[in-house]
Design a protein around this ligand. Structure first.
Ligand SMILES: C[S@@+](CC[C@H](N)C(=O)[O-])C[C@H]1O[C@@H](n2cnc3c(N)ncnc32)[C@H](O)[C@@H]1O
Length: 212
């Protein structure tokens, strides 16, 4: 469910460029198999950041590799390490990157990110968090020692279909645990303490933050 009003969302969708055949196939597979992937505009935001920064990326939550592909297409020297615990999705992702001719820019590490992040070789300049919502804080804490000093942290789903703005106890699609985790993270990154950050109403709500 989009965060924006229907007419603004429809307007933005009318501006969407045509997908490459691989991107289109990934969207079809995700819709058919119920795989949650970022919205097109979130993918484009990540693509722009990768084009500008050409970063070493750490992504938590690969699924079938759709957000990864948005980023990988724009890299020159930069590379992506992406973490996924579901072996079937990992295999699908690898297949799509091969098809796109970009597999050489991506390393996928299979396993639970809470266990694999600690063993990674950084530093990473962009951390994109998009896995188990209640664990976002944990992934960020585990990744921090592997980030470069001015690394950008991008976090998906912080607006959770807009439901974070509903009073606590409302009847919601997102669980109370997930809503509480998103509210607390948004308040932290926008609160002016350790982080300089913002929550954008792009896609399902994307947080962008850098440590002060
Ligand atoms: C929302 S999907 C990722 C979508 C992907 N970023 C995209 O937009 O194309 C979340 C993925 O995170 C994976 N995941 C959840 N918890 C995880 C964990 N602790 N470690 C690794 N992967 C995890 C799930 O298996 C799922 O495929």
């Amino acid at each position: 469910m989009p965060v924006l009003t229907d007419h603004v969302q429809a307007y933005l969708e009318s501006l969407r460029a045509e997908r490459s055949p691989v991107m289109a196939e990934m969207e079809e597979v995700a819709a058919r198999e119920g795989v949650p992937i970022v919205g097109w505009e979130t993918g484009r935001l990540l693509a722009v950041l990768c084009r500008v920064l050409d970063p070493r990326v750490l992504e938590v939550g690969t699924a079938i590799g759709y957000s990864t592909l948005h980023m990988a297409e724009q890299l020159s020297e930069g590379r992506i390490t992406t973490l996924e615990r579901d072996p079937d999705r990992a295999a699908q992702a690898r297949g799509f990157w091969e098809q796109a001719g970009l597999a050489g820019r991506v390393e996928l590490i299979e396993g639970d990110a809470r266990e694999t992040i600690g063993g990674l070789e950084g530093p990473f300049d962009l951390l994109f968090v998009d896995a188990q919502k209640a664990d976002y804080r944990r992934y960020i804490d585990l990744a921090l020692p592997h980030l470069s000093e001015r690394a950008l942290v991008a976090i998906d789903n912080l607006l959770m279909s807009g439901e974070v703005g509903r009073p606590e106890g409302s009847d919601t699609f997102w669980s109370a645990e997930n809503l509480s985790a998103a509210r607390s993270l948004s308040s932290e990154i926008m609160g002016g303490g350790e982080w300089l950050g913002v929550v954008l109403s792009v896609g399902d709500g994307v947080g962008l933050a850098v440590r002060r």
